[in-house]
Design a protein around this ligand. Structure first.
Ligand SMILES: O=P(O)(O)OC[C@H]1O[C@](O)(CO)[C@@H](O)[C@@H]1O
Length: 259
């Protein structure tokens, strides 16, 4: 696991965007795995800026990590709507190439199985972008998720539902279930790129990087991945103890081939 600690939140966003840009420029037909959540919002703004400055996503295929069970794509709090508003409306991606699980599928289990097959048919994910939940989840793989799990339905914990409540209208309960790529599905990606910013993520980041490999912190499964990059700002890195082992990114420094 390669850990990059950036001095500021902005630097962490820019470094993550640069890594995605490098991937897309070197392989215009890249299959990208995408994430949602507050952490990704400034990243998607940055990718939209890079698009305006010439980065094309015309050949890129995307697969999002997850979607709420029961929400149709046009529901304002669905991850379909999130992606449309925050990224897809601002770049030149072919809508046919942007995949998310259908939360309103008549048979959500069959939809989950079909989603894994669609990823395989696309040749697998080249670069999987990830956030991390305060409880160590990746995608919606809550603690105790099998580290070998595939795309399936998961029950969301109360803390995760509370964290995502701001996306729902007052008085509307966040859904109790989601379709999510499994931890094993995520680990199949050729490169995993996790972005975490802010002090609220510091305990989960420490558990992921320095804690034991454990289903109690699903993100710790990235310790098994042959190519995992973790980009942090200083606040998210604050509870790491083995600081000499990490790469400290200096302001204005360009990504090196070793990052
Ligand atoms: O960035 P946030 O809003 O803290 O969310 C953390 C993670 O939890 C999720 O919302 C659940 O999948 C992810 O999309 C996100 O990466």
């Amino acid at each position: 696991m390669k850990v990059l600690i950036c001095e500021t939140h902005e630097a962490a966003i820019n470094r993550t965007a640069e890594l995605i840009e490098t991937q897309v420029r070197s392989r215009p037909r890249t299959v990208l795995g995408l994430a949602t959540g507050g952490t990704m919002e400034p990243l998607y703004r940055r990718l939209s800026e890079l698009h305006r400055a010439s980065l094309s996503f015309a050949g890129v295929v995307t697969f999002n990590l997850d979607e709420y069970v029961g929400l149709s794509p046009d529901h304002p709090a669905s991850y379909h709507s999130y992606m449309q508003e925050r990224l897809f409306d601002h770049i030149d991606i072919d809508p046919q190439n942007a995949h998310l699980p259908r939360g309103d599928a008549a048979d959500p289990r069959a939809e989950a199985d079909a989603y894994d097959r669609r990823i395989e048919e696309a040749g697998g994910i080249d670069l999987q972008l990830l956030g991390i939940g305060r409880n160590g989840h990746i995608g919606f793989n809550e603690p105790t998720s099998s580290l070998n799990s595939r795309t399936r339905i998961k029950t969301l914990t109360r803390s995760t539902r509370e964290a995502n409540r701001p996306y729902f209208d007052a008085g509307t309960e966040p859904p109790a279930y989601a379709i999510t790529m499994g931890v094993g599905t995520i680990l199949d990606a050729k490169h995993c790129l996790l972005l975490a910013t802010g002090a609220s993520k510091a305990p989960a980041v420490a558990a992921m990087v320095e804690g034991p490999l454990s289903a109690a912190c699903p993100a710790s499964a990235l310790q098994l991945h042959r190519k995992a990059t973790v980009v942090l700002d200083q606040a998210a890195a604050a509870e790491l103890r083995l600081t000499d082992y990490y790469h400290h990114v200096h302001p204005g420094g360009k990504a090196s081939p070793f990052d």
